[in-house]
Structure formats: C-alpha cells, structure tokens
Design a protein around this ligand. Structure first.
Ligand code: ZN
Length: 444
C-alpha cells in the first residue's frame, strides 16, 4: 500500500523483536517457512529510498493489532478494491466515538425504539440498553431515556394506579345522632333479584351507624328524592349534611331538589366506607339484613345502633321462642313499673351516647395510626398539570387494557385537606373538585 501511495521514506514499527531483528539483518532467518517472506521483504525494501525497521513494545502497537484483528475477520478476494480507511487518533475512550448522534437524531432513535418497534413499551433503563445493543451511543443516553419515558403521554395515561394515600387520614365526627348521613348506591347487581330490583340505595348515620336502605329497579330522581324524604327526613329530622362519593347518579341533579327544598347547607363529596352492605349484596333480603345490622355490636362505636337510637336493645327472634330474662320480667311487671323502667332507660341514653363518642374517637385514632403508616406525601401546586384517575363508574372506564388516567388538567386551586380544584387545559371545564389521592403529576 505504501508503494501504491508513492511513499519514498518509510519507518516500519513492529512489536515482534524476532521479526524486526531478522528484517534488519542482525539475525538470520532459519525457518524454512519464513524464508519466502524474508525474501519478499528484502525485495520490497529495495523500492524505497529509505526504510527503517524499529521495535516497539506491544502496548504501543494496539492500533496495528486492532487492524490486524479486523483484517483477519474479513475475507479478501484477491483483486477486490477496498476503500482506504480514515483513521483518527483521539484522546477519549474508544467507545465515545462510535456514533456521534445529533440531539434530534437521539430523539428520533428513542421515539422509534420506545414506540414499540423493538418490543413492548419499556422503562428508561431498558430503553437505554436496547438502544446501546442496536449500536448507538451518546454520553447522556441513560438520562435522556429516563426523561423521554417520564414525559411519554401513553406511558403516563396507562401508568399503574397509586394505592398509597397522599396525606394523613382526617377522621370525621358527628356531634349528635342524625346530623350527618353517608349515602351511596350499590349496583347494578347481577343476577337481579326475583322482583327485578338491581340497585340498593343506602344511607348510614355517622353517629349511631343506623342504616336505612331500599332496593329498586333503576336509579331515578324520584326514587332518590322519596328515599331522602321518607327514610331520612320524616323519620329522623333534617340532617346538616348528606355525604356521598363522586358517583354521578346521586351526586348530581338528583340531590338538588331535596337539598334545596329543605335548605340544606351542602352535600359534601367524600369517599364512603362500603364495608357494611356486603350483607345486602345477594338476594336483597334487605329487611333481615337491616335488622341484623342494627342489632349487631359495631366495633366503631362499641354498641349496637339500636341501643344508641332507642336506649334499649331490640328483642331478637330467639328471645321470643325461648323467653329471655327480660321478656319474663317484662311480662310480669305492672304497666306503671314498665313505664318507669322505660323512662330510666331513656334517661340513661345520653350516657351511652357519650361512651359511644369516646369509643368512636379511640377507634378513629387507631384507624388513623394504621392508615398513616402507608402515607406517601405528594405535594401539588397551583398551575401544575395533573392526570385524573378514571373511576370505575365513569364512561371512560373501558376495562383492564384501557388507560387508567385521563387528562391533563390544570390545578386552579389547592384546597384544604387534600382537595384540588381542577380545570381542563382550555379552561372549559370549571368547578371540578377531586381528592388528591386520585390525581398524579403530568410531565411534558
Ligand atoms: Zn411510552
């Protein structure tokens, strides 16, 4: 190659002391196999004006070593023309110079690999590894990949649900019976009951845990209004608040009429404990389920709801069949004595309620302690973009493979105790109040 390029003076560097000395003529070549090569070197040497053979240490000769390794890997077919390689010596590590990707090229590569061309959607670390395997490298590739995946809209809207609470539990207490009710609709229930009913509308008093429930075929405005009138207001008086979750069917227009009619100050949206109504789920034998619920000791109040409402325990079926002590005693006492006993029971009801309040507060503290262990604080500020979780009752909820989050929405106001006031990006939807535990940050 040096002859082809018209080189006149040449220094040949080699890391084999034996060959260099033989080429210099200091040592004789005795191996018969090497003699033709020696002769060839001598012939070629004559074509240069000046040629020098110089010995160097092996670690100084790594470039020639690499070339020799490469050459031995390529089949050379005699007269094939091979374009000369341009070789540069750099002071950086070899792999840093393999590919110099421009910023927009890097973006293109990440986009293509992450979009599914090279397997499923992946996290930042796997994305960087996959790109590296494909033969691309740039200095900040891992950081770039992490940022790219973090901002990917598809990955964000399909992201896993967050189950850890974002803030500590704020237990609510009701000061006296029937001041606040929690209300919810259960259903649709499959299979429906024998009379075709598929929904259960339930309300529970926050103080005594007294439960009212009815079943019906469809959630209609009339059914809800009738229920609030006849089962709550006519029986227990006008409550201060009726608390519902964010379910559209009872939180929207259905509740407006009864609340306006009775000048209710507010209905508050809050998550509502659903533990108790499991007894109602099947068969809708709601009368027995309700009686059972009302006459069972509740852990949260340390008494039965019946006792807190009426000051005495209800007579259960078994007591009638096999007369209990109080049935026997009551059958024998005079009317005046019975009235006196009943009045005494009612006079003591306040003390029982007071005990229930203390019991309830201790129970709430225990619950809050257990709940607060799982809290992972997340802080939101006005102006941040967020995604809102798609709740199961929403139209957008399309099952397991559909997206879990919708948005982005803009935080307009951060309210107390973890509530957020959201608007959409164009500002069309206003007045959307959500709990911060169903919201996560959105990155662009
Ligand atoms: Zn993605």
């Amino acid at each position: 190659m040096a002859i082809d390029l018209g080189v006149q003076e040449l220094i040949v560097l080699g890391d084999s002391d034996l060959l260099i000395r033989q080429a210099q003529g200091e040592w004789k070549t005795r191996d018969l196999k090497l003699l033709p090569y020696r002769q060839c070197v001598e012939d070629l040497s004559k074509r240069f004006m000046y040629i020098e053979f110089r010995y160097i240490l092996r670690f100084h000769n790594d470039l020639a070593d690499a070339l020799a390794t490469l050459a031995s890997m390529l089949p050379y077919l005699g007269n094939t023309y091979i374009t000369p390689l341009e070789i540069q010596v750099r002071d950086q590590h070899g792999c840093c110079n393999t590919v110099e990707a421009e910023p927009d090229e890097a973006e293109k590569i990440m986009n293509e690999v992450h979009a599914g061309g090279c397997g499923p959607r992946m996290n930042g670390y796997v994305l960087a590894k996959t790109i590296l395997q494909a033969g691309y490298y740039w200095l900040t590739m891992e950081r770039d990949c992490f940022h790219f995946v973090k901002k990917c809209h598809q990955c964000q809207s399909h992201g896993d649900l967050i189950h850890s609470p974002h803030s500590e539990l704020h237990p609510m207490t009701a000061p006296w019976p029937f001041v606040a009710w929690g209300m919810d609709v259960i259903g649709p229930i499959e299979p429906k009951s024998s009379n075709g009913h598929r929904f259960i509308l339930v309300a529970i008093d926050y103080f005594t845990k007294w439960v009212e429930a009815i079943t019906f075929k469809a959630v209609t405005k009339k059914a809800v209004v009738d229920f609030v009138h006849s089962n709550i207001i006519y029986r227990f008086g006008i409550p201060k608040a009726i608390i519902t979750d964010n379910a559209a069917n009872i939180n929207s227009y259905l509740m407006k009429e009864p609340t306006e009619l009775w000048r209710q100050p507010t209905t508050i949206s809050k998550r509502f404990s659903k533990g108790w109504f499991k007894a109602l789920d099947n068969g809708m034998r709601s009368c027995f389920a309700l009686l059972g619920y009302r006459t069972t000791m509740r852990t949260s109040i340390g008494a039965t709801s019946y006792l807190l409402v009426y000051g005495t325990e209800a007579v259960i079926q078994a007591e009638v069949k096999i007369p209990s002590l109080r049935i026997i005693v009551e059958a024998e006492i005079e009317d005046t004595e019975w009235v006196k006993t009943r009045l005494e029971q009612l006079a003591l009801i306040d003390e029982k309620r007071l005990t229930a309040v203390c019991f309830g507060q201790l129970y709430q503290q225990r619950m809050a302690r257990a709940y607060n262990k799982k809290v992972h604080p997340r802080y939101f500020e006005v102006g941040q973009l967020v995604l809102k979780r798609i709740l199961p009752h929403q139209e957008e909820a399309k099952g397991k493979f559909a997206q879990n989050w919708q948005g982005p929405y803009l935080i307009k106001e951060v309210l107390s105790k973890g509530a957020l006031h959201l608007t959409d990006v164009e500002g069309k939807i206003t007045g959307m109040i959500v709990n911060a535990d169903s919201v996560k940050r959105y990155y662009i």
